[in-house]
Design a protein. Sequence first.
Length: 341
Amino acid sequence: MAIDYKKAGVDIETGDRLVDWLKANPAKTNVNNPNIVSGVGGFASLFRADFSDMEKPCLVSCTDGVGTKIKLATHFESYKEVAQDLVAMCVNDLICCGAKPLFFLDYYSCGKLELEKAKDFLSGVKTACELSECALIGGETAEMPGVYQQGDFDCAGFSVGVVDQNKAKGSHLVQSDDILIALPSSGFHSNGFSLIRKLFADDLDQHKEALLTPTALYVKPIMKLLASEFSENVHAMAHITGGGIDNILRVVPNGSRVEVNSWDIPPYFMEVKKRSELPYSELLKTLNCGLGFVLAVSASTVKELIQWFSQMDIQAFKLGQITSTSEQDSQIQLPEEWVGQ
C-alpha cells in the first residue's frame, strides 16, 4: 500500500483550508489598507512603503515568541490569550524607539494541524493586530509530526514598523534628572513561565485566569502620546519583558543609576515570591512585578503625563529617577526596604 504525505502525518488540504479561512476573514486593519499590495496566500507579501512625511524614515523590526506559556495554552486548550501575547511581545518592543507598527507576520507549528484550534489562535492574532493598528500581512503554518507531542504547538511573531530617525527615542535623549513613569502590566505577560508553572503545578487549574491573562498592548496609548504635545518630553521607553526591571538599563546611558521607588506589587507576584522564597532582587529580575512599560521623561512634565494617562484609564505612576554616576556600567538601585529581603 502506498504511503502518501497525509498518511505520513501532514494534511496539506487542512492547511489550505486554514489559509482560505484567513483570506476570507482578514484583520480589520487589512481591509481597504492602501499599503497592502499583496498579502496572505502568496509566496511573499508586498507592502507599499510611502514615508514621504518623514525626513529620515527607518524601518524597525522585531521578532519574539511566548516562551513556555505555550504549555499552558496546550494544557487549558485556550489559544487566543497566547496569540495576543505573541503580537504584544513584538509590537511592545517595536514602539520603544518611537516606531509605528506597520505589519505583523506569524509562524505557527504543530504536530497535527487541528483546524478549529488554529482558527482560535489566528483569531487572537487578528484581534491583537487590530488593537495594535497594524496589518496581519502573512505568516506560515507548519505541520511537523514527530517533532511535537500530541496537542503541542509553538509560535513566533515578526513585526515591522517605521520611525523618523530624527524623532527616534532612546538613551541618546536621556538626561541625568529624568523621571521614570511606569504603566502597569496586565499580569505575568509571557515571561518567567518555566518558574511559574513549576510553582503552581499542584493547583494550576485554580489559577487559570490569572496565568493566561495576555500581555497588555501599549501601542495605542504610546502612539497617541507621541502625537501629543508631550512627545518631546518623552526621552526613552522600555518594555518590561524577560529580565524584568533590568530592561530599563537597556535605554539609559552608560554610567546611569536608576533609582527605583517601592510600589504596590500585585498579589500574584507576591504569591510567587512566597512560594519561591526569592528575594526582591531576584524576583524583580525574573518577572515584571506589575510594571509593563516604563518611560523616561522630563521631570517638569511628570504630573501632567500621569494625568494624561489617567484620562485614558491607565493608572501610570512615578517609578523613580535617573542620576549619573562615575561608574562605567549602569545599575538599578532598589528601595532600601527591599534590599536583602
